[in-house]
Design a protein around this ligand. Sequence first.
Ligand SMILES: [Zn+2]
Length: 206
Amino acid sequence: MVGLSSERPDQPDAWEERRRTRGEGWQWNRIQSEPCPQCGDHPAALAPVSLGALAVERTALWRQFLAEADDTYLRRSPGLAVFSPLQYAAHVRDILRVYTDRMVLGREEDSPIVPIFNPSHEEFERYNRLNAGELVADMEAQAHRLQETAEEMDPGNWSRIVINDRGVFGVYTFTLAGLACNAVHETHHHLLDAKGTLQPTKSTVA
Ligand SMILES: [Zn+2]
């Protein structure tokens, strides 16, 4: 399974930990049918075939942001358990790659089980030293892969499923359309995180 970690951590991964810290009770896999309560994005309302092109549009906004932002700002975490803008960018690049891989896998195999995607702390440290221009070029390449995969998808395949076994965090079932929704939403949501303009929700504290 290309690009997928085979590890099953017993500790919360950085993203789960961060969501817990911020009191985000909303389960992110619900993006495959509902709007995001934080940023309002609702990719499930769109035709799945269009989602790859939307991801490409959104990576263009990342390119603009990364080109205009101060390099020191890009590499600085604004607070405890919050990633730097460059780390968010690398995470988005990874999500576009991993979720496209999962769409391809789910198209070719019946209900495959994929593990949690969980880069190490050291990997996130490395992300913070990446060249922003090279990183965004990689992000764009992954978004184009998602676009090609979406536009080539047989319409009957969008409802095929992939099972994401996240160990202690639960087992989530995604349709292939839902995987595309997640990837395109993360691309938008984390740009707001990186810009520091996302409003934390107050109503979903667990
Ligand atoms: Zn969102």
